[in-house]
Design a protein around this ligand. Structure first.
Ligand code: ZN
Length: 130
């Protein structure tokens, strides 16, 4: 990967999927583990599918340097949950569908909810809350 293409990654998201009826306790454990260890922006709980996502989840937004510590931790501590890790490059459709890294089984995503491109101003800055 060239330096130019790597610098196109503005930030990362991890989406932690869960089933409100069965795996919410595991999702709470994962969330608490993240909050205790990493400087990230933890999104609110979405108990129903929202946007391109096909199941309940919460979002973890983080800056590029956090990836090297957070993603390996998630690989080992995801409690059996599916986690979508995707870069934010101002191309949401490609970021979710082509550039995604799945931990655990992949979940369906609604491509029609993902714009091909967005302006830099639309990509929210990470504000760590942990
Ligand atoms: Zn995302």
């Amino acid at each position: 990967m060239s330096a130019a293409s790597k610098s196109a990654i503005v930030s990362w998201h991890a989406h932690v999927y869960f089933d409100p009826a069965t795996t919410r306790p595991q999702a709470e454990q994962v969330r608490a583990g993240i909050a205790a260890r990493f400087k990230v922006q933890l999104g609110r709980w979405h108990e129903v599918a929202i946007g391109p996502h096909s199941a309940a989840m919460y979002q973890v937004a983080f800056d590029v340097p956090v990836f090297a510590d957070l993603v390996p931790w998630l690989a080992l501590h995801r409690q059996g949950l599916s986690v979508l890790v995707h870069p934010n490059t101002l191309a949401p459709r490609a970021d979710h569908l082509m550039h995604a890294i799945w931990l655990g089984p992949a979940m369906p995503l609604r491509a029609d909810m993902l714009p091909a491109s967005i302006d830099a101003a639309e990509e929210a800055a990470i504000v760590p809350n942990t």
